[in-house]
Design a protein around this ligand. Sequence first.
Ligand code: ATP
Ligand code: MG
Length: 768
Amino acid sequence: GDTIPEHLLAGMNPPQREAVEHRGPALLIVAGAGSGKTRVLTHRIAGLLATREAWPSQILAITFTNKAAGEMRERVEHLVGEESRGMWISTFHSACVRILRREAEAFGFKQTFTIYDSGDVRALIKRLIKERGADIQGLTPGGVSARISKAKNELHDVDSWARTANLENPLDAAFLELWRDYESQKQRANAFDFDDLISQTVFLLRAFPQVAAQYRKRFRHILVDEYQDTNAAQYALIRELTRPVTRGELPDLRGDLEGASLTVVGDSDQSIYAFRGADIRNITEFERDFPGARVILLEQNYRSTQTILSAANAVIGNNFDRREKRLWTDSGDGDRIVGFTGYSGHDEAQFVADEIVELTSGGMAYSDVAVFYRTNAQTRALEEVLIRSAIPYRVIGGTKFYERAEIKDAMAYLITVANPDDSLSLRRIMNVPRRGIGPATEAALQAFADEQGVSLRDAMRRVGEIALGPKVATAITDLAALLDEWTAKPEADPGEVLRELMSRSGYTDQLRRSPDPQDAARLENVEELVAVAREHRRQNPSANLIDFLTETALVAAADELDDSGGQVSLMTLHTAKGLEFDAVFITGIEEELLPHRIAAMEPGGPAEERRLFYVGITRARKRLHLSLAMTRAQFGEVNPSAPSRFLEEIPAELIDWRTPPTAVRSSPQRALGSRWSDAPREQFVTGYRDPKPLPAGRPKGTFANTVTEVRDNSSMELAPGDRIRHKDFGEGRVEAVSGAGAKRIAEVRFDAAGRKRLLIKIAPIEKL
Ligand code: ATP
Ligand code: MG
């Protein structure tokens, strides 16, 4: 091929350059955070295309989220232009769904399969446990699904697992039975769960060597980002796809073909998914697994200031068993890290809000700011204060749109249309909206289906053969007819299908007529889903219903990130992986939260928690804030907390404490996990002093005096249609009210400021 165009190499340091230029069977790039791993991978792909060493269709790039995939595609297109179309840049899951759909026929199942999310899986297991009754005490839906998932990530199927298990143990034996049932139900429903997507692809590729050989021949270059977080099943997939192709396997081949060239990039210090089966050894043993591999180290960091890097280096240096690497930067020391200790989680949240106000009034955009936490429960206090401070924010991966009941209903309608065998979805909508098909009728239908060996949907079609009342029978016939009408049109516009289903089933009417204001919001959500489906069709004119369902099933938490919005991003430390922001807040740096209580007790747990903290620190470009609270409300109790051991690992001179961390170090017993409440409360609170004077001109009550001056509108009665005035946003009209008590939320369309969600209890509003 030609030489790599200079614009793809400009500004790269020598090892980065080498990583882009190197050619060979296997390349491992190991490097710390922010050293350009993802960038190098992207430029490597662009280089392969620009020199015509590879067709787009010969490239398979794996990223950790769909969002990261989209960004990488955009970058490559930007670098080499339109001709990059046809590349597979996707997550492991999306790549596997694609293979499964394309090869469904060859693999012997229906192309219209649907994908169960974790909620579906638990619902199915719950039903199976209930059906089997008392003989399997000790098994919970959550426990069973976690166990199945773990087994699949280790590439077990029911039979191989059974061979390794001790079936004398009644619990294991019961688990095995349940798992078998689960698999057969799922198969009857023509569905896969998330873990199947990868493990089944591996099994099928192994079972159908000719199909596998086609893919091995096709993908000449495979590139994997965040390789430290691959588990055994994902590793096996890579191995399958990178084996050589022989003429024996593909007779039309001119000669044997070498395996694909494999490039992986990763950082063992950022491995944070061991609890899901990720195996660091995939990195450490890469050279053994892929002989002839070239290893390149990157040590210059281009993301963060030296202060932030020094803190990150100091923290991660406390983990044993790691290869020492020292990140450095030439971008200068930058500002000191800001530390803050609040009385309470609320106080801490107020600090975050005040700092964000200060940063943004200094010119930083809201979208350049992120707030991280270890557990989702911590968002409540943060959200309250952000709403009150009128700071626009977005919770990434929090209350997920696709997990709302009305969205799951709407999706269930679509799934039933696309995949008539999916009885789980059919059951969900059988009597939603109410049409008089009660549990007894459903049981009768199921009994008929089992007896005849047909699907539940078939049983509905043959309702005349079942002894049921005429009214119920009509309801069933009508529903079956509605579903069949659309099943017969698989290529129809998904948005259109959804709108028709929702209106003709009576679903939207039921919401529209309801006096419950929450139903107005639900209706809006359903309409939003119609809009999502329409938009999908607009962007992919040939996409049918199954394509739309696949895409929505794969939307990962981090994918909701939308940086165009001018909003502060709130997310867990896990979700933050791979991202970067000018200013980062890490909150709740306390024993029992970070390291997390549960993880701290497991072998390897504290080290993994430390890596998580390291990931958080290294997301920051310019400003880092570390905060904690002396007391933390959890599970309805307020308990004293102790500073995280990780804080002491950061050299003191790097942190500018806005309040001295006066809390006494936790005693060894407490660090080992005994109850928080053992600690005498006073010792955490004494010595606290109010950190800084209120900035002039800032309204009172936004900082130190939060506790005494909280506004309380709890008793304000608001209903859709009411007009209100907000201190900052001016006048507006209430569109919906949801929630109860202190958590009541109003959705208001302001005349000038647009639509906002307000926590009624504390919002600075008056009724007009
Ligand atoms: P992480 O481990 O967090 O995933 P990474 O190693 O993948 O980090 P990148 O995200 O690729 O790092 O790069 C970090 C930042 O540094 C990005 O903003 C990237 O554009 C920038 N960067 C990387 N290399 C260079 C370079 N040679 N010149 C200028 N900027 C660079
Ligand atoms: Mg990266």
